[in-house]
Design a protein around this ligand. Structure first.
Ligand code: ADE
Length: 230
């Protein structure tokens, strides 16, 4: 078993890479991949850079070049649900692309032929996350995460994403990982800690809370690696 641990930004993977043993770094596809072990489990860690295209590239490389057979994504998100406050954790049960629009041809938002609006994450990894959260006494929200190539800092856009996709949080990479892993039949999991509320204060809050929320998510992901059965 080789587990891919992916983020989008350096802040999202640094708390993971700093805990690995026997790290080797490979430069590939204009990016760095950190191979190492965590408490005896083989992992490959990378941040993709922001957005759907870079995330698609990195997820594909983690699977096709490095041979990872599970992928866990860790990072931050903007809250949609009013239940979610800064630093809270949400796991995706499904992911959709809020900026995918061929409605001109009569399709729903987020849908293209032969695709699906919402791609589900692996049930076993979700159960593992819930067991880890219970053992640590952490509250974990589960819901839909909406992905798009937009930093959302606007209440109207956020409300539209909520009503259109029933989404609880939004970010810029998760659905790309979902498309890749779904196509390649790799069990995957997406965890996000809230950095902002996707409203007019989002830019300010994101800068203030990126590092602390990214660490909350990364620490939880490492506990998941420990809990995953070999
Ligand atoms: N990731 C964290 N906050 C976000 C926001 N407001 N929009 C898009 N991605 C985010």
């Amino acid at each position: 078993m080789k587990i891919a641990l992916m983020g989008a930004m350096p802040e999202e993977i640094e708390p993971i890479v700093s805990k690995l043993s026997n790290v080797t770094i490979t430069n590939y596809g204009a990016n760095k991949y950190y191979e190492g072990s965590y408490n005896g489990k083989e992992v490959v860690v990378a941040y993709s850079k922001i957005g759907k295209v870079f995330a698609t590239l990195t997820a594909t490389i983690l699977i096709e070049k490095f041979g990872c057979d599970k992928l866990l994504f860790s990072g931050v998100a903007g809250a949609i649900s009013s239940d979610l406050n800064i630093g809270d954790l949400i796991i995706a049960d499904g992911l959709c692309q809020h900026d995918l629009d061929i409605t001109a041809f009569g399709h729903p938002f987020g849908f293209v032929p032969e695709g699906e609006v919402c791609i589900s994450t692996d049930v076993t990894l979700r159960e593992t996350a819930k067991a880890v959260a219970k053992a640590k006494g952490i509250t974990l929200k589960e819901g839909i995460i909406a992905t798009g190539d937009q930093f959302v800092a606007n209440a109207d856009r956020k409300n539209w994403i909520e009503s259109t996709f029933k989404a609880d949080a939004l970010e810029m990479e998760g659905a790309s990982v979902a498309v890749v892993c779904n196509a390649l039949d790799i069990p995957f999991f997406v965890l996000r800690a809230i950095s902002d509320s996707a409203d007019m204060d989002a830019g300010f809050d994101f800068e203030a809370f990126l590092e602390s929320s990214a660490k909350v998510s990364a620490d939880f992901i490492l506990s998941m690696v420990d809990a995953i059965e070999r």
